[in-house]
Design a protein. Sequence first.
Length: 187
Amino acid sequence: MVSNDVAPSAVPQRIVVQGASGSGKTTLAKALARSLGVPYLELDAIYHREEWTPLDVGTFRDQVLTFAAQSRWVSDGNYRAVRDLLWGRADLIVIIDLPRRQVIARLLRRTIRRGLWREELWNGNRESLRNLISRNPERNVVLWSWNTHPRYREIVPNEARAEASHAEVKVLRGTREVEAFRRRLGP
């Protein structure tokens, strides 16, 4: 179902959602896919195999290519290894660029909740509270987000405009903008 202020022809058919870890990209992408009634792909869910083992790049690309070949979809994730496959077919690339302090606060709450409740993420993987004290950004998602956050202000939007000039690039710079965008595309 599409809200009344968006003409059916204006509704994008293939949407990529990107942003720093903790920015809300998965929440937005799932909501858009549900509202639009289209398939959804969370890249983390296929990339991170059991015990956080990464999927080999060739298989990862094959799986994403199969998904991207569909006529309608929403995906989220920030993997350069498959960006060309998704951006090359996307009608719309949405980049969530919330203030760093807001992203880190959300990420801390989420990581602590997941660690305390031992929530399964994908393929049996769980976040460990121990990782929050790691100084290695590959293990500590908060450090990872802190370090990568600035990329979503200008670098990624500019890369998207250059590498996917056929697609609309929409940068959402606040929670209100994210919510207004979600409401614009569906109930």
